[in-house]
Design a protein around this ligand. Sequence first.
Ligand code: FEO
Ligand code: CA
Ligand code: CA
Ligand code: CA
Length: 652
Amino acid sequence: MAEDGSLCYFEEDAVSNPTNGRVFRDVLSAAMTRRESLGRLAAWVGATTLCLGGSPGSSSAANAFGQPGLTFPELQRGLNETARVADGYRWQVLAAWGDPIFNNAPGLNVWQQSGESQLGQFGYNCDFIAFLPLASRGRVERGLLCVNHEYANTNLMFPGLKTRDDLASMPRHLVEAEMAAIGHSVIEIERRPGGDWKLNQQGKLNRRISPLATPMHVSGPAAGHARLTTSADSTGRHVLGTLNNCGGGVTPWGTMLICEENFNAVFSGAADATPEARNHKRYGVDGPSRFNPAWATHFPRFNIEREPNEPNRFGWVVEFDPHDPGSVPVKRTALGRMKHEGAGIVTNHDGRVVIYCGDDERFEYVYRFVTLRPFDASQPEANRNLLDEGTLSVARFDEDGSVTWLPLVYGQAPLNSANGFESQADVVIEARRAADLLGATPMDRPEDVEPSPVNGRIYIILSNNSKRPQNQVDAANPRANNVHGHVLELTPPHAAGGLDHTADRFEWDVFLRAGNPENAADQAECHKDVSQSGWVSCPDNGAFDSRGRFWMTTDGASETAGTAEGLFVCEVDGVDRARTRLFFQGPRGSELTGVCITPDDRSLFVSVQHPGEEEGSDFASPSTRWPDFDPQRPPRPAVVVVSHRDGSPVGS
Ligand code: FEO
Ligand code: CA
Ligand code: CA
Ligand code: CA
């Protein structure tokens, strides 16, 4: 919400970390020295733009593993009211906001929407997507699509909501509709021979999860702690719903992890009026709701002066079983409380499960969780609570190219009573403050952290940070006023059975410094053959296909490049390493999220989030009415499927 009262849902200038102060001297030169020692330096172009990559004329017919490379004709960058894809491909809307997901659910009626009607429909602002194949029936391919719904653009959804005052006076039934529109959808989808994917409203596993109506359990170190108790739940073990589910992951045992990100935005009240003032301020929970103050009016649990512990019940990773529509989701507190962007999951060579997490805010940290016990594929029940025991760590990036994982363990100094930590519950509830004390490296907005299934390395997407001053530049965050963002690559050490994702120290390198390579002031670092359509700004979500190609979406290019947000793809090894190419663009005002590729690489799902979210755009006159272009309907966020017209793998 902007100061002038216009509606700007997630202001991106939030900074909650008061300790963002590791000051280095001439760290850019230090980073350069290190790269030279690694032998990876290619050439400086001009004084400021570094372009890495293959020899002139290098072919992209094969990647570093001898697999077919990326050969599609690149899409031209633009700004359009509709979505566009590279020649040879097509896209279709699979599920959009308001589509009934049960055969008895009503269709979308924006003039009469309620919580009840919305709970039978696909939610708003789709984000993370997972595809879980189901057994085919004859020639019909089937699968479950699990989709997060991060937040709602209420001023685009419903008539008459132009200002903050309009939102604040929303009636309860409309607030309920808004609450029901976020959370998560599980939908069964099927693809007929040669045809489109379709939502199956008869699917027995179809389900909606929301902050309005889905009871959840709490497990792990903070479960049952006094700081999680409220007037509605004296046990501190039962929470109604989940908030701001952004990214996620699929565990090796087939459950879904959905991550609570900007939960702070829904709460109202003065932090200083609560016994949790220090904690709430560190998480940006202070003052009127930046999302919709009407939540606290109709639901006092979102007023922190009434329920000071309610924010402690959000900001977690939530696990649920999509194959059991009656299962109760569980908030796994061992993974720490933060603005969880997503969950990058690896099964280590010894069977322990490793989850990488970004805390998406300027100057926040990158975390890792390692389970205490190994995953046992032969005993599914044994994995049920695997995420309740393990070690949460936070990353410190050093100039020598090493990253050290610092454990957040109660009792190990400084995480003790001298600093207000009386138990591991306190450590996970205040994971950010614990990480401050350990000396973690404040990063440029950690969004997705994605492990490559092919080379085993980890890719940390750092979206941007225009608030980083020159005297707070460091080797891993090498640009002041970093408006374009960058991507780091982490390499775990080798162990007898493979890469050791549980090791205390990894190596890190810069994979990509985003920006326009033809603009020296951007100080971009990219492949020398990246085109004027292919350069990336504000990378956000990432996903690997089965061949190890890295797909990246952007969130911010509309400001930095004046174009619609894009879906880009590149190799991560070989001569085409970091040669990003534009594959797909969303309609204006939208952000692309949640990329997910089927195991055969032939279908790519992507979420088109908040189409029409632009200055001056509202229900009456949205900047686009994608995808229906019906003058009676507002724009609708939707999951889109992209495929090649001849059935080839995407990116061919
Ligand atoms: Fe929901 Fe950080 O993106
Ligand atoms: Ca994101
Ligand atoms: Ca973002
Ligand atoms: Ca978003």
